[in-house]
Design a binder for this molecule. Structure first.
Ligand code: KG4
Ligand code: ZN
Length: 350
């Protein structure tokens, strides 16, 4: 089987990520620029600023990755970019760069689903899971349980009916003015807190479905802050209870999904998979169930170029292994390109 070298570009939100992944050598180079500091003053991502910054970063980052890998563009077999979901202006930067390079170099170009990138990233860890497994996908915009029968075969088991888990972290952190992005900030403050002082809701904890609901949590945080006239010295305790509420619901629903599907492996992906309290809880839970849980390497939980290069590599390599023409699955870059700001993972791969 021929080894493949894939250049991946991620630009769906506030991180410009570029990476080079090779069948034999694995990750040959990676570079990431996060715009967090730029958006911090606004308490959230400003789409127009995000797009402009991606434009500034994408070419220097690509050069840096190739230099790190000691690889020329001519030696790249496949170019991949995040086509969606995400901010349209931001996505267009990665799409235009990748399509432009592919067109100029006469290379195939794959469009990657951002969430598939996250979903496959635990395969970059050691030890790694093997198909089939259940995925808990927890990012800033998504909270989903997905049954993954094989590469490209994703069935939605449960979804959030309102806020995502990352959003619940971010919005609660914002109410306490803990900084941006809120998830890691809240998790850090929670470490100093004591559990159990505040009674916060666990929406849908006992519902028979595998869906989630987190919007009530931020309302409860707001009411608690006001009603009890809390000050900064109370924040560690409140943060600890917020994290506990989110972790409890996420782990209970994940374990329920394991029982329902009969799968033995759970993987967790997306920004919130970096949360140590969640990791610990799921490790305990899966041990009790006689199964295993896998996470992406900590450095690859948030948005990055590696997961995009890797997802495209896995698809192209699988096609090659089946004796199929993996180049035929490429985007017709001579006909322009599109992005998909809203793109459900499950529908797109059925
Ligand atoms: O996957 P991601 O980088 O971007 C999206 O595709 O949305 O996820 C970002 C989300 C943010 O809501 C961020 O606050 C959250 O992941 N996050 C965390 C932690 N690290 C990142 N939430 C809780 N604990 C963390 N350690
Ligand atoms: Zn993401």
């Amino acid at each position: 089987m021929r080894a493949m070298r894939v250049l991946g570009i991620e630009s769906s939100c506030d991180e410009t990520g570029v990476a080079l992944y090779d069948t034999r050598k694995g990750i040959m180079g990676q570079a990431l620029h996060t715009q967090m500091a730029m958006h911090a003053d606004y308490g959230g991502v400003v789409p127009e600023l995000a797009s402009r910054d991606h434009i500034r970063r994408v070419v220097p980052l690509t050069r840096a990755v190739l230099a790190q890998a000691g690889c020329s563009l001519g030696e790249v077999d496949l170019i991949a970019y995040t086509q969606g979901p995400g901010l349209s202006g931001a996505l267009l930067v990665g799409a235009a760069t990748a399509s432009g390079m592919a067109l100029a170099l006469g290379k195939p170009c794959y469009a990657v689903h951002h969430l598939e990138g996250h979903l496959l990233s635990p395969l970059l860890a050691t030890p790694k899971p093997s198909f089939p497994f259940v995925c808990l996908l927890v990012s800033g915009g998504h909270t989903q349980l997905i049954d993954v029968a094989a590469l490209g075969s994703y069935a939605l088991l449960g979804d959030t009916v309102d806020d995502a888990a990352g959003e619940a972290f971010d919005k609660s952190a914002k109410l306490m003015d803990l900084g941006y992005p809120g998830g890691p900030a809240l998790a850090a403050v929670a470490q100093r807190g004591k559990l159990g002082r505040f009674k916060l809701p666990r929406p849908k904890l006992h519902s028979p479905d595998l869906d989630f609901s987190f919007s009530g949590l931020k309302t409860a945080v707001l009411t608690t802050l006001k009603r009890e006239q809390l000050t900064t010295k109370d924040y560690p305790d409140l943060a600890a209870d917020v994290q506990e509420a989110i972790v409890e619901v996420l782990s209970a629903k994940s374990l329920k999904a394991m029982k329902q599907t009969g799968r033995k492996q759970l993987i967790v992906a997306g920004g919130v998979s970096a949360n140590l309290a969640l990791r610990e809880r799921l490790q305990q839970g899966m041990k009790k169930l006689g199964g295993e849980v896998f996470f992406p390497p900590l450095s690859l939980c948030s948005d990055n170029g590696v997961m995009i290069a890797f997802a495209a590599h896995e698809r192209a390599y699988a096609l090659q292994q089946q004796g199929l023409d993996w180049k035929a699955a490429a985007q017709p870059v001579d006909q322009g390109f599109t992005v998909k700001p809203r793109w459900p993972l499950v529908q797109s791969f059925l």
